[in-house]
Design a protein around this ligand. Sequence first.
Ligand SMILES: [Mg+2]
Length: 282
Amino acid sequence: MADPWQECMDYAVTLARQAGEVVREAIKNEMNVMIKSSPADLVTATDQKIEKMLLSSIKEKYPSHSFIGEESVAAGEKSILTDSPTWIIDPIDGTTNFVHRFPFVAVSIGFTVNKKVSVKGDLERPESGRGQSMVGKWRVCSGTQKLAISKTQQNTIYITKSLLVTEFGSSRAPETVKIVLSNLEKLLCIPIHGIRGVGTAAVNMCLVAAGVADAYYEMGIHCWDMAGAGIIVTEAGGVLMDVTGGPFDLMSRRIIAANSKTLAERIAKEIQVIPLQRDDEE
Ligand SMILES: [Mg+2]
């Protein structure tokens, strides 16, 4: 059966490519950097410009669809997920990278129906490759490259042989930083092979989907950081889980994306949870 949402996905790819061009141009120019929730939570006029561009294009083509966008929420819009087809957008995932010209930035476009980061179709089939189309400019796995999670770990899932990806986050509250560092310490001392992070949740998750990292975890991120890349991980054969070991919740602001359930559960066992206000909490 034809996928009723295929047209939306194709449109998302077109929009992400256009937005990527805007990022490429803007990165050459001087930037006016503003701060949001913390001195390390940055925004530029380009973030706002791209979100406006995406929002107006989507509203014109799909007037009945809903929309959650990082910069719209920053400007006071609510981020409530409903059953209606919803576009969840991070115009620039990795704004700090963008500001410093650290070359890992994503335009993330996610799409949910009935609150699920999925569309009708064969989501369990890694070869469908549909997920990769939902994130735009991405240097590692762009184009038509087929994604698949790391095979070695699929067969022998030892955390001691894993390479993880995570971030320090944008909170500078000492009690939060302490938990972030303590989680890193616990995982490193298991011991594991290593921990990396390229400064954007979307790209970090795509690295798991591509099989070059075994798992990603983070707390304090938002639905727009996870919606686009989450499906890329599951389509590549990976799993999404909450950091408590329970089911993944898009509005919970936390995630483990891993090459297997076993590895995700093992990471969850080590993680101390940071208390956070949900994305859909008033
Ligand atoms: Mg952003």
